[in-house]
Design a protein around this ligand. Structure first.
Ligand code: 6CS
Ligand code: FE
Length: 300
């Protein structure tokens, strides 16, 4: 640990020498006053988010915008300059692009999506504050050989590697192709956001270079995963292009590989509360690059 990180009380210890296992979360998931819900989400959906850690929306983005974003996705995937850019992450076993980070800065079309009130409105409401973009990315998960994302809590990584103090962030994943139950769609353990799972292992230097392709450190032990899955089960998040899921930063989630012919492409935008801006990492020697974890905290 660096001098800056010593002597700091850590409410969510993970990695290095900490005891691994499950502890209750210390923070709420919903930060607005539930008795004074002013929209855009109705009380029923706020309560569901609180209980499950996520809510799904069937048609969040209009078909014409989805069509534009799909076309843009093809441009990005075949752009030779972008393939050389450090924001492009390749699949672990091939030269195919797995993800493009900071996509809201790379592409004006995705830039406009990030500011769309249909995405930002519910997030501001649930987090009870203004928000800024902590991370954005597109995930391609092509047909036949799109690789999996093993079980993890995003907050565990953002806390350990980026210095996010509390799980007061929400991700919005918008489907750009149909997400079916067999093409590698997202799986979430409902209610798992109420537990913090400390993970084994020490964060290696420049961990992001391998973890974004295949994560091995920052993944929970099997006993904890079994316990969480047995509590409330596993939900598979499916829906047509334009559908979306809003999920708490501490949800236990993952997705299988895609061996079907149908690509499963999504855009993933993470909004963090302006009252939860990043400090020094809690479980790594140096913070990750800002294209993965923004250190500019301008409200959307
Ligand atoms: O490391 C990260 O920040 C990213 N990795 C995963 C597997 N999910 C969330 C986030 O985009
Ligand atoms: Fe994730």
């Amino acid at each position: 640990m660096t001098a800056a990180t010593t002597n700091r009380y850590d409410r969510y210890p993970t990695r290095s020498n900490v005891k691994i296992g499950i502890a209750p979360r210390h923070d709420p998931a919903v930060w607005c006053d539930p008795d004074r819900v002013s929209g855009p989400l109705e009380t029923r959906l706020v309560d569901r988010f609180d209980a499950d850690g996520f809510v799904t929306v069937d048609a969040l983005v209009d078909p014409d915008i989805v069509a534009d974003l799909r076309a843009e996705l093809d441009n990005l995937r075949t752009d030779p300059a972008l393939a050389q850019d450090e924001r492009s992450v390749l699949e672990p076993d091939s030269r195919e692009i797995r993800s493009i980070f900071e996509v809201h800065k790379v592409s004006p079309a995705f830039g406009a999506l990030v500011a769309d009130p249909r995405l930002v409105g519910p997030v501001r409401q649930l987090l009870g504050s203004d928000v800024y973009v902590h991370q954005s990315r597109v995930n391609f998960k092509p047909g036949f050989n799109g690789q999996e994302f093993y079980w993890h809590s995003d907050f565990e990584t953002w806390h350990a590697e980026d210095g996010m103090p509390s799980p007061r962030a929400i991700s919005v994943s918008v489907a750009l192709t149909e997400n079916r139950d067999y093409n590698g769609s997202l799986m979430i353990m409902p209610g798992s956001h109420k537990w913090f799972v400390s993970c084994p292992g020490e964060t290696p230097p420049e961990h992001y270079r391998s973890s974004l392709r295949r994560q091995e450190i920052g993944t929970p032990d099997e006993t904890s995963l079994t316990w969480l899955a047995n509590e409330r089960g596993i939900r598979q998040i499916t829906g047509p292009a334009g559908s979306a899921v809003f999920f708490d930063s501490n949800c236990m989630h993952g997705s299988s590989s895609n061996i079907t012919p149908y690509p499963r492409s999504n855009v993933f935008i993470v909004y963090n509360s302006v009252e939860n801006t990043l400090v020094e990492p809690f479980g790594a020697k140096a913070p990750r690059p800002t294209f993965i974890a923004s250190r500019t905290f301008d409200p959307v």
